[in-house]
Design a protein around this ligand. Sequence first.
Ligand code: ZN
Length: 234
Amino acid sequence: MWLPLLLQAVSFFSSPVLSHDDHHFHPRSQQTVVSDPTLSINGIPFSTRAYWMRQANLALGKPCPFAAFGTVIVNHTGSSELGELVCTGANSGSTTGNPTLHGEMSAIANCTRILTDPSGPYKLSPSEASAAFPRLSLYTNAESCPMCASAIRWAGFREYVYGTTIDALVAKGWGQIRIPSVEVLRQSFDLPNPSRLVAGVLTNETDPFFFWQYDPAYPCPKGCARVGGTCQAA
Ligand SMILES: [Zn+2]
């Protein structure tokens, strides 16, 4: 039984599943990292960054979920000065059973669905949707894990903006894969569409969403109170 299966596997992997067009080789294209989030970047002022980071917090849909990782995906290349919300995502691993559904992965899946919805506002073909991601900005209230940072690079987002750092999550007791996003970006130079990383935006507002879970002395996020050691909506 195993031989036909093996042959099938070989022919699958030797068939041109991915065309060369999907994997342009680019010389070391520069990823840009901005570590002072108060700077105006790509002509977008800090107040606009703060607005969208607050929307990433609101994408959670409730005040103090345990895995409080929220994302919004925004178009800053259109005519709107503030930018246009394309989709949101929240960590939904525990509600769906899919452990890969971090906030960023949920948002990318939601955006793909919205961009290609034949009765939605964009009505893009799959190839048009793929081509749209490099014009979009992803805001996440915490630095992406290597899975999500890699997904951000595969999508080719124009900008990747995060709040709370992986280092801060680790310091507060979160298990993390300790590869910073800047390293994932640095190692993704073969991919087209370099992404600009804007780090540490509005951490004074994003940190409280992540600092209470493993620290009983840390106050609950606004609108929540300690009930039996965990923060719950008041
Ligand atoms: Zn992740």
